[in-house]
Design a protein around this ligand. Sequence first.
Ligand SMILES: Cc1ncc(COP(=O)(O)O)c(C=O)c1O
Length: 449
Amino acid sequence: MSTHPSVDALRDLDRLHHIHPFTNHPDMHGSGTHIIKSGDGCFLVDQNNRRLLDGLAGLWCVNVGYNCAEIVKAVTRQMEELPYYPSFFNSTTEPPIRVAEFLAKKSPARTKRTFFSNSGSEANESALKIIRAYHKLRGQPGKFKILSRSFSYHGVTLATSSMTGLPTVYEPFGLPLPGFIHVPGPHAYGHNSPLDPEAFGKWCIEDTARTIREHGAGTIAAMFVEPVQGAGGVIPPPPGYLAELRELLRKNDILFVADEVITAFGRLGDWFASNLWNLDPDIITLAKGITSGYLPLGATMVSDEIAETIHSAGYFAHGYTYSGHPTSAAAALANLETIEKLGLVERVRNDAGPYFQEKLKELSAHPAVGEMRGTMLIGALDLVPRGGRSAITTPNTLGLKAAALIREEGAIVRGIRDLIAVAPPLIITRAETDHLFDCIRRGLDKLWD
Ligand SMILES: Cc1ncc(COP(=O)(O)O)c(C=O)c1O
């Protein structure tokens, strides 16, 4: 394929000056950075003018696709009227008030108040600080430890990468920090367990209960839980697991934080995954799909009890220059109203989600697939080489290899360890879903060749 000369020039500049997130730089510099230049609906066009179906919705976030005129118009209008003003010191602007109201209308019963930030990491970091302040104000400053699970992803600040249950994320930085405790996530396949997923889920609950007893419930402040674990490998909860976990935490007076950075805003067929499992969270953290990625925005929704406890102290000494940024909030409002107007949540629940799962299941018969996982519009295929699982070698690179082959076939998916993860925009049609899975099948055929 011929390459436009300016692509090489851009790649050179990229190599010289740009440090990328989550990237093996020597590999990328060897193969050349993949530069994307435009997007439309579910499709992207790269610098070589190749049209690629985006099977990961950017980074699990472009829910309304790449051509939402309403968001562009709302952002332009806001930029022209008032590009920025803070929400510090008794002030704010209209857009964050409207977004907080919208979220409150859709959220579970107890979480109706929102603190804004710029990302999922900041939403979780803010939750951590609010939790510490809350317990301190209730006279329990010793209740500060945090539980999270293996294969979880909660962000990359010092504290949130201490929660993230992926050694590749915390080990290089000498983390986790003291007080961050990891318990097993309900991923039987990933833990190489002989138990089936449901039995493994039960074992996880027993192990979490054991950990709480060992540390003492009086020392544990909260547990962070993605209803469906995403970046750790797409791990839906086994039957009964979330209900039992919720009960265990309630009994031990440990706050339940639903990290819905990926799962909110329609991907699972509801505005909030917490509604699907009646999680009754004390705190919900949000980002990504809140603006469909058009602008950065994070949000931390808290229960009235937490909000009132924090308010009772008077001054709340936490916040970012861009908390409640009016232009990001205008993007969020237009995005949320578009999701509502197009009925995307119902569309995923009744059509796009079940159809996606049907296609995913068809592929699970492929000889390169060791396990298929997913629900609604999110899925993963854990891959095996010829010779089966026992022939897998470390470092685990099958996912990256498969993703590269699938991209050659015309679609973007995410390679993680030995798996590929798929989570397209919510607007994906049946024909586009067929195309996506055709590309994946052809890529896996080549991987298996
Ligand atoms: C569940 C979850 N929480 C938190 C984060 C961190 O969000 P950000 O990358 O915006 O900081 C992510 C990002 O993938 C996520 O998937």
